[in-house]
Design a protein around this ligand. Structure first.
Ligand code: UD1
Length: 441
């Protein structure tokens, strides 16, 4: 159990290179088994969820090596199509192994995935699309059995641009006979990242970033060297932290367009934003005004993952901000905790109304989920006195060395590690032998 201690009041100054994207890394790690290949994957953040994906790969029979933020995966042998329940429960992205295993082994035996409790999070779109491609799928309780003697291409219409369903279809379609077209596909940058990785291994795939993705099998290659793009939600979090606390920070290694909607609201709130190539600079007096109405939507709309974090940054902004959450039905779990700091927020269904207050006072809060936990850290940076965030490992699932990064920018934060369960406890030692082979890729 980690307990974050945040002493509010410090402004943030300096520069920070933003980590690789969690939500881009995880589908790429699952995709590494689609073809028998050796992949060097750079810029993988050191996170619990990445460790969970590595555990699944190792369980399936892959050889995985790691050196800092690089992973080497040899998927020449995939000996098992079964993922134990405890590995599936570690994270949401484990569900992407369904399409990957179907593509590689023609079968997959797994169970419903874990991840943040943001709502019902069904996988009906994943299952109906895979069935349309020829998979036979049966469900027993939380267990899922998939089999496909032969996958075939299909025209798939997604009624909602689900990120996970789009990823699963892309992976399965790499092994399907004929052409698969996804209409109404998710357009998130993570989908583009997955397309780039699959293309680097010889998949014939195009259209990612638009609502129509076409996959026509593959002429598989044996090796690839791929770099994961930066994490747009971590970039958004650091930008929101600076906006709330005041100061001037430079984020490097980022793609400005990927978190443009978040920067737009920070600009409306009174921050100065400058961008050049892969650098974004945010300056804030720390005195913000409410930017109006924030509505979450699939990309390129405002990201649901940034909703709790922007809310935390605006707790002291002058005026009223209206939030509308359209993606997940249970995404205001941070609100009751933020109120304990003195925030004035009311929630009615999908709507939350935030009225800026003059002052926040430190309190002990409990992180409900990954982004909710990050929101509490951002809020704590502007509260009087000390805020403590009791975090059951949520923040470490998405933010790499977040305490060190904030401290380097001038924040007064530290983590008390109580008992087992820290990232360091959980992480496996590097595997230099496997990594040495990687150098020959
Ligand atoms: C991914 C991200 C998550 C982000 C979300 C939306 C990862 C690991 N997680 O989650 O951080 O918040 O995209 O940008 O990449 N839905 C269905 N049926 C389905 C699938 C989804 O009804 O079969 C609904 C969900 O309940 C939800 C909405 O569609 O209301 C969006 O879900 P989806 O885009 O699939 O999100 P994830 O892939 O789970």
């Amino acid at each position: 159990m980690d307990i974050w201690h945040i002493r509010g009041g410090n402004r943030l100054f300096g520069s920070c290179r933003v980590q690789g994207s969690k939500n881009a890394s995880l589908p790429v790690l699952a995709a590494s088994i689609v073809f028998p290949a050796r992949s060097r994957i750079r810029n993988v953040p050191r996170l619990r969820d990445a460790d969970a994906a590595v555990s699944i790969l190792s369980h399936l029979g892959c050889s995985v090596g790691r050196e800092e933020n690089e992973l080497y995966i040899d998927s020449g042998l995939v000996a098992d199509a079964d993922i134990p329940r405890e590995l599936m429960a570690e994270m949401r992205s484990s569900v992407i192994f369904m399409g990957a295993l179907l593509a590689r082994c023609g079968e997959a035996r797994l169970s419903l995935p874990g991840g943040c409790q943001l709502g019902k999070r069904p996988i009906d779109l994943h299952l109906s699309a895979l069935r349309a491609m020829g998979a036979e799928i049966s469900e027993e309780g939380s267990d899922i059995f998939c089999r496909a003697a032969k996958l075939h291409g299909a025209e798939i219409d997604l009624r909602f641009p689900s990120v996970g369903a789009t990823e699963n279809i892309m992976l399965a379609a790499c092994a399907a006979e004929g052409r698969t077209t996804i209409h109404g596909a998710a357009r998130e940058p993570e989908i583009v990242a997955l397309q780039n990785y699959l293309s680097s291994l010889g998949a014939h795939i195009s259209g990612a970033g638009s609502g129509r993705i076409v996959i026509c099998g593959a002429s598989a290659r044996e090796t690839t060297d791929y770099t994961v793009p930066s994490d747009r939600i971590v970039a958004s979090t650091l930008a929101c932290a600076c906006a709330a606390a005041g100061g001037r920070i430079i984020l490097s290694g980022v793609n400005y367009e990927h978190f443009l909607t978040v920067l737009h609201f920070l600009n409306e709130a009174g921050c100065d934003i400058i961008h050049f190539n892969d650098i974004v600079e945010i300056s804030s007096s720390g005195v913000l005004r409410a930017p109006g109405s924030v509505i979450t939507a699939p990309y390129p709309g405002f990201p649901t993952d940034a909703q709790p974090i922007l809310m935390a940054a605006l707790l002291r902004a002058q005026g009223t901000t209206q939030f509308t959450e359209t993606i997940f039905e249970n995404r205001y779990r941070h609100v009751s905790e933020l109120r304990r700091l003195g925030a004035d927020i009311s929630v009615d269904g999908t709507q939350a109304v935030l009225r800026g207050v003059k002052e926040l006072r430190g309190e002990t809060l409990t992180a409900p989920d990954l982004r909710g936990g990050a929101a509490m850290v951002v809020a704590g940076l502007t509260a009087r006195g000390e805020t403590r965030v009791v975090d059951a490992g949520h923040i470490a699932r998405g933010y790499e060395s977040f305490d060190d990064r904030l401290c380097a920018l001038g924040a007064d934060v530290w983590i008390e590690h109580k008992g087992k369960g820290t990232y360091e406890d959980a992480s496996q030692p590097d595997q230099p032998a496997a990594f040495q082979q990687a150098r020959r890729v």
